[in-house]
Design a protein around this ligand. Structure first.
Ligand code: NAG
Ligand code: NAG
Ligand code: NAG
Ligand code: NAG
Ligand code: NAG
Ligand code: NAG
Ligand code: NAG
Length: 282
């Protein structure tokens, strides 16, 4: 089963689709394969087009870079199939073993977490460089909105704050066994714990977010679409919630316009995904 999961800023889009025959089986153990792509970022260093053309692919045109992180879950363990950048109709593999892209950097820089530390990709020059000197196996990464500091999640489920251009890391002791991390626009840190429930890291420790279904299966936690100023975005199954730094939560209901945008994005993302697949798995 392939799981396609998307959440993009600017337009309210989160989607999840699944199908069983999207990828050739030969690369995976057939009984346990789960393919998963995420598009955490649309980089808008290029143009500022707010009108959505009818051609759904056009959503992602004019110098916008869309990242696709592909991974396979084999025997319960997520393995990377690489990070791809889609820009102006072209797909480029930028990092082999990476699963983590920092969403919504304000400049033309995207931060990527890899098995051997952090990389930075310039979406204008299309150059990839090592960032700082850390060598952790990074499976999650988020950049603060107001500073250049990052948070990383390492393979052993520890969260660190990374400062001084990637040369210093400080363990976030409050976040215990994190599965995923996210920041909101106010730079509050959230994470999904071992019990699949989201937490917010407050000055007096981590707090479990209240008001969510007890046995929710999180599919995404991220910075919310730009139209939502406060709180983070949490998707459980098909349902979106906003989770707040005061540990409360709120169901998010899409309006008609947002649903339309959602469907357009869905089609555009599917098209990009197919393009990535076609170019990489002949
Ligand atoms: C994402 O892209 C759309 C158009 O492609 C743009 O309107 C929106 O502002 C972008 N989001 C962010 C956070 O820049
Ligand atoms: C980008 O789009 C927004 C919303 O349509 C608009 O308010 C803003 O002025 C635009 N910025 C530029 C640089 O064109
Ligand atoms: C891109 O930006 C240029 C100049 O800012 C503007 O003339 C053009 O209409 C924009 N294109 C789109 C698709 O918004
Ligand atoms: C896209 O980027 C190129 C190179 O930086 C620039 O020359 C071009 O004007 C940009 N196009 C748009 C539509 O912004
Ligand atoms: C991001 O940080 C800037 C600078 O502090 C702030 O003005 C802006 O409101 C923040 N963005 C959002 C969406 O809150
Ligand atoms: C990274 O560089 C900083 C500053 O040059 C240094 O203090 C630190 O020990 C280095 N860390 C590693 C892991 O090499
Ligand atoms: C928590 O924060 C949200 C968003 O700022 C607010 O609407 C809500 O009333 C707050 N709840 C409590 C119990 O303080």
């Amino acid at each position: 089963m392939r799981v396609l999961l998307v959440c993009l800023a600017g337009l309210l889009v989160c989607l999840k689709t699944a199908d069983s025959h999207s990828l050739p089986q030969k690369d995976y153990e057939t009984d346990s394969s789960k393919h998963d792509i995420t598009i955490p970022l649309n980089d808008t260093s290029g143009n500022n087009s707010s009108s959505v053309p009818d051609n759904s692919n056009g959503i992602f045109d004019s110098n916008t870079t869309t990242f696709i992180a592909r991974s396979v879950t084999r025997v319960g363990k997520k393995e990377s199939m690489g990070i791809y950048a889609h820009k102006n109709g072209k797909v480029k593999k930028i990092l082999e073993g990476s699963m983590a892209v920092s969403p919504w950097s304000s400049k033309s820089r995207a931060y990527l977490g890899n098995k051997d530390g952090i990389y930075v990709y310039d979406t204008e020059t299309e150059k990839l460089e090592k960032y700082g000197n850390l060598s952790d196996n990074v499976i999650g990464i988020a950049k603060e909105n107001r500073t250049d500091d990052l948070y990383i999640l390492t393979e052993d489920h520890v969260v660190y704050k990374v400062t001084e251009e990637g040369t210093k890391k400080i363990k976030v002791n409050e976040a215990e066994h994190a599965e995923r991390i996210a920041l909101d626009w106010d730079d509050n840190l959230y994470y999904i714990g071992a019990n699949n429930q989201p937490y917010v890291v407050a000055s007096d420790g981590a707090k479990k977010i209240e008001g969510l279904p007890a046995n929710s299966t999180p599919t995404l936690i991220s910075r919310p679409p730009i139209t939502i100023e406060h709180g983070a975005w949490f998707i459980s199954g098909q349902q979106a919630y906003i989770i707040y730094p005061n540990a409360t939560s709120e169901l998010y209901v899409f309006n008609d316009q947002e649903k339309l945008e959602y469907e357009k994005r869905n089609r555009a993302v599917q098209a990009i995904f197919l393009q990535v697949r076609d170019q990489t798995e002949e």
